[in-house]
Design a protein around this ligand. Structure first.
Ligand code: UDX
Length: 426
């Protein structure tokens, strides 16, 4: 099949690559010329395990083509996948300007029948309005179909998630494009969920809102565990064995971040409110996540005054195995530490610099500890789980460790002479 993917970000790039490696010819287009030039040389501007070699394989076989020529790409392909960004606006609603621009461009280039597939996460009603916009522009309804086909891939395991999906959600107005969609994903479909355009949009939001709620729930439980000296890991394990609850997304810590959960929960909240629906559960999910960093900081302050301390933060990305720092709890934590005039030193295996003033970045995790009073682990990269504790002790001036992701065994650390602090991990 001939497929055009518009937007070469995390979602577009991985989707285009996997479809190309499944035997389709994929044109991935983006307005960012620098990015396209890099991709054509086989250099991937993001860190996603396994992506770069796969892109290079497809480039060599000419099944994957990168270009900025969006008009041509739309005209020459039958399936047009929209994977542009849908960032949050300050009021929590969604900025759909990239989507609107793309729809305008598609409208101008609809020379033959095309299936327009929206993969970007968009608020309920957006795909209906894309359909209506095209009709309003005088385009014949037989010249196109709109499909709402949300993605469920996680950064860091995007390739595996695409190759082994638990489901493929296909939201349509008519059944006409369904068989082509199934053919496109042939062999990598999982369970097929057929629904309406808006149904598919809400499946995506409900999925992320539920997972975010699971995290906020376990973080709230960790607060309770903390005052009763109970280990939250035991509680997660205990409830996770119940198949109705399940073991995943029950890891307590500094809270969720990234480009999806914070944005999607507030977008769903905004959509509900715009229709006068009260959503106290979503509000609580956001509130718990928002206050989680203060819970950790207050615990730390109850052990040691922070004013003027030298603090090392390990981990800057919003989770391990990515280079993405968007809405990372680590960054919010650093901003809060700065209010205490702390001297902040950081290490992250994928991040060497950031636009934060007065923060020192290191390229070696042990170097970052030199003369530190406090080590805070903000992201659970594997390399932080089993450090050389003798080296840590030797480099640090003081012995305080705030475990923001509950990755350490408190008893072991205390036996090693550290002052261990966490929330719900005693
Ligand atoms: C998420 C969804 O999982 C994915 O299906 C959707 O398509 C995009 O959004 P992603 O943002 O890549 O994926 O990351 P995810 O692994 O879901 O983690 C999100 C955040 O939750 C991270 O900050 C992570 O640290 C945090 N988290 C996750 C927890 O705090 N505890 C957990 O148990 C799991």
């Amino acid at each position: 099949m001939n497929i055009c993917v518009i937007g070469a970000g995390y979602v577009g790039l991985t989707t285009a690559t996997i479809l190309a490696s499944r035997g389709h010819t994929v044109h991935a287009v983006d307005i960012n010329e620098t990015k396209i030039n890099l991709l054509n040389q086989g250099t991937v501007p993001i860190y996603e395990p396994g992506l770069e070699p796969l892109i290079n394989e497809n480039l060599q076989e000419k099944t994957l083509v990168f270009s900025t020529k969006i008009n041509k790409a739309i005209q020459h392909n039958e399936i047009i996948i929209i994977a542009v960004g849908t960032p949050a606006l300050p009021d929590g609603s969604t900025d759909l300007s990239f989507i609107h621009n793309v729809v305008e461009t598609i409208a101008k280039n609809l020379n033959t029948y095309k299936i327009i597939v929206t993969k970007s996460t968009v608020p309920p009603g957006t795909n209906e309005s894309i359909y209506q916009t095209l009709l309003d522009k005088g385009i014949d309804k037989d010249l196109f179909d709109v499909v709402s086909n949300p993605e469920f891939l996680k950064e860091g395991s995007a390739i595996q998630d695409l190759l082994h999906p638990d489901k493929t959600v296909i939201g349509t107005k008519h059944s006409r494009p369904v068989s082509v969609m199934k053919q496109m994903y042939g062999g990598i479909l999982g369970e097929v969920i057929l629904t309406s355009l808006t149904g598919a949009e809400l499946i995506k939001y409900a999925s992320n809102a539920f997972l975010a709620t699971k995290i906020s729930f376990i973080n709230e439980m960790a607060r309770i565990c903390d005052v009763y000296n109970v280990n939250i890991e035991d509680v997660s394990k205990g409830i996770g064995t119940d198949p109705r609850i399940g073991p995943l997304f029950l890891k307590s810590g500094l809270g969720y971040g990234g480009s999806c959960f914070p944005k999607d929960v507030s977008a769903l909240h905004h959509s509900a409110k715009s229709k006068k629906v009260n959503v106290p559960l979503l509000e609580a999910t956001m509130e718990v996540n928002h206050s989680q960093i203060d819970v950790y900081l207050n615990k730390l302050i109850s052990h040691v005054p922070l004013e003027g301390k030298k603090i090392t933060v390990w981990g800057l990305t919003f989770k391990p195995n990515t280079d993405d720092t968007r809405l990372s709890p680590a960054l919010r934590l650093i901003e809060k530490l700065k209010a205490f005039h702390c001297h902040i030193h950081c290490y992250d295996p994928q991040v060497n610099s950031l636009n934060i003033k007065d923060v020192n970045y290191h390229t070696d995790m042990y170097d970052s500890l030199k003369d530190s009073d406090i080590l805070i682990v903000a992201t659970e990269w594997d390399m932080f789980k089993f450090p050389n504790w003798d080296k840590v002790k030797k480099w640090m001036k003081n012995n305080i460790i705030l475990d923001g992701r509950n990755i350490y065994d408190p008893k072991r650390l205390e036996a090693n002479g550290f002052h261990y602090i966490a929330v719900g991990n005693s």
